[in-house]
Each structure stands twice: as C-alpha cells, then as structure tokens.
Ligand binder design. Sequence first.
Ligand SMILES: CC(C)(COP(=O)(O)OP(=O)(O)OC[C@H]1O[C@@H](n2cnc3c(N)ncnc32)[C@H](O)[C@@H]1OP(=O)(O)O)[C@@H](O)C(=O)NCCC(=O)NCCS
Length: 180
Amino acid sequence: MQNNRLRDIFLKKKIDKNYIIRKAVPQDAKGIINCMQSVMNEKIYLVSEYYLLTERGEHERLKNPGDLTLVCESNGDIAGVLTIQRGMYKKNRHIANLGIAIKKDYRNKKIGTNMIMEALIWSKDQGILKVNLEVFSINVNAIKTYRKLGFEYEGVRKNQFIIEGKYVDDILMTFFTDTL
Ligand SMILES: CC(C)(COP(=O)(O)OP(=O)(O)OC[C@H]1O[C@@H](n2cnc3c(N)ncnc32)[C@H](O)[C@@H]1OP(=O)(O)O)[C@@H](O)C(=O)NCCC(=O)NCCS
C-alpha cells in the first residue's frame, strides 16, 4: 500500500523539462556552495549560517563514494542540493541523515519531493534501513513535504534553537525504507 502511494506521488508529480535531478560531480562544487549559502543567508531554515567547506573541500567531499549528493540543475544553475550521509560505524551503517536546500526562486515546484524520492530509493538500494532528518518546528512547508512522503515523527527536542529571538523546537523525523 505504502509502496504504491509513494510511487504514485513520484510519478504524478514529475517536474517539468527545465529541471534535471542528478548525482553531483566534483565540478558542481561551486554551484553547490552558492546554493547552500543562498539558503543559509535566509537564516531561518538551516542551523549554520555559513557553508564551511571551501570549493576544494567540497570537491573532495563529493568524491566520498559512501554518501550521496544530488543536485537539481536548471539552465546551468544549481537550484537544489540534497545530501545523504550514511553512519560511519558498524553500529549505525544502517542509518543515514538527509539534508536538503532549494534556492528560494525554485521552491514549491515539486523539486524537493522528487529529490527526496530519488534519495530514498538510492538509500534502500544501498541497504540503508532508516533515513533520518531534523527540521525546525517553524518550517511547516518542509514538515508537510516530509509527512507527505511518509516520514514519521520520532521525537522533539524542546527549545533547541533560538531563531529571531524565539525558542524553536527541533523535530526529529525518519523514513523506514522497507515501506518503499
Ligand atoms: C522544504 C523544501 C525542501 C521543499 O521542497 P519544495 O520543492 O519547495 O517542495 P515541493 O514543491 O516538493 O512541495 C512539497 C509539498 O510541500 C508543501 N509546500 C512546499 N512549499 C510550500 C509553500 N511555499 N507553500 C505551501 N506549501 C508548500 C506542499 O504541501 C507541497 O505539496 P503539495 O503541493 O502536493 O500539496 C524546500 O522548500 C526548501 O529547500 N526550503 C528551504 C530550506 C529548507 O527548509 N530545508 C529543509 C531543512 S530541514
């Protein structure tokens, strides 16, 4: 049931021909930094306000075969970046953490939904059983997107952040890949 529901979401809501979702290559380093920094500049969606890797550092990061970085490219611009970082140890190799950032002008066009679906399918193929993420409680659009895709609530860290002078909870969510 769950399997069919997810595939339906994926197939019905294909993004248009102006966007390509693909695995990142080292040459995307500059575009990825630009995309991440532009979302960080908004200061309300991501914990960090500065992307810490240099272009060379990002170039190296992209060579790590164990992790996945997807980009959404639109006319040569990197419009969105998704990362999946797998647990490094024997005890947590079965889990991964997902992060996603789409530039402001490209949001609400199904890019996020499609990128996450691709990432979940990749994770399942790699033998990853759980894909975790953390999201600010005020980020209702992101939470809506994750819920629609089948992510479950796992917990809440109360008052974990202060954003624009107000306490914000950290919402922990997970997707079990056996539901795909
Ligand atoms: C959250 C994010 C990844 C969602 O990706 P997206 O491409 O914008 O979202 P989609 O177009 O796939 O929309 C998915 C669903 O989210 C909801 N949604 C997304 N943006 C919305 C908006 N601006 N207004 C209302 N609903 C919205 C809708 O429910 C939509 O589903 P529906 O149209 O089928 O009802 C993207 O907006 C983003 O990167 N935001 C800024 C950074 C961020 O928040 N990162 C995540 C941190 S945990």
